[in-house]
Design a binder for this molecule. Structure first.
Ligand code: GDP
Length: 177
């Protein structure tokens, strides 16, 4: 349809310092995007783009860090997303160990909608300080029934693939209904 499908809301999740803001800035800097900076508690980027010859509108939210741990802000973040980018840093094992509880909470909160979740191992450029192997995070993704990708926001490596991947996952869910 004219104007593109969506808008679909995509939420960045993950510990502070893993690179969510860096990924959001790349998304926002891509051609055709509009940046909305509302109150201090909300930062979002809207972008219309073409994936597989079909237009789509995504709004990427980078609001997880401002949310109170376990509180209603996080809860509403988990409930409003159409898809989730679950980010950790491959150089920070602690950020990786925080992933499963968030995914379990997400799934428990919306048992019927089963939104797409992509496990994103960011900072893949920092090979020498790596603490989580690709194999290990891939097996967590399999176990948790998520997609998996490693990115480097610093080098813009796999970032376009990440955003296209989330669009494809959203389409799969919507076509299934
Ligand atoms: P956030 O707290 O999750 O939003 O993390 P930020 O986006 O603020 O990133 C935290 C720090 O990690 C910043 O200094 C970034 O420049 C750096 N950073 C983010 N992504 C990468 C990456 O892919 N590679 C490297 N080397 N540094 C990164």
């Amino acid at each position: 349809p004219a104007g593109g499908r969506g808008p679909y809301k995509v939420m960045l999740l993950g510990e502070s310092g893993v690179g969510k803001t860096a990924l959001a800035a790349i998304f926002g800097g891509l051609k055709g995007s509009v940046h909305h900076e509302e109150e201090s508690t909300e930062d979002s980027y809207e972008r219309r783009f073409c994936v597989d010859d079909e237009e789509v509108i995504l709004i990427l939210y980078d609001i997880w860090d401002q949310a109170d741990p376990g509180g209603w802000m996080q809860e509403s973040c988990l409930q409003t997303g159409d898809a989730f980018l679950m980010v950790f840093s491959v150089t920070d094992r602690r950020s990786f160990t925080r992933v499963p509880p968030i995914i379990l909470r997400l799934r428990a909160g919306c048992p019927r909608s089963d939104p797409p979740i992509i496990l994103v191992g960011n900072k893949s450029d920092l090979a020498r300080s790596r603490e989580v192997s690709r194999e290990e995070s891939r097996s967590l993704a399999v176990m948790m029934n998520c997609k998996h990708i490693e990115t480097s926001a610093a080098l813009h490596h796999n970032t376009e693939e990440l955003f296209e991947g989330v669009v494809r996952q959203i389409r799969l869910r919507h076509h299934r209904r």
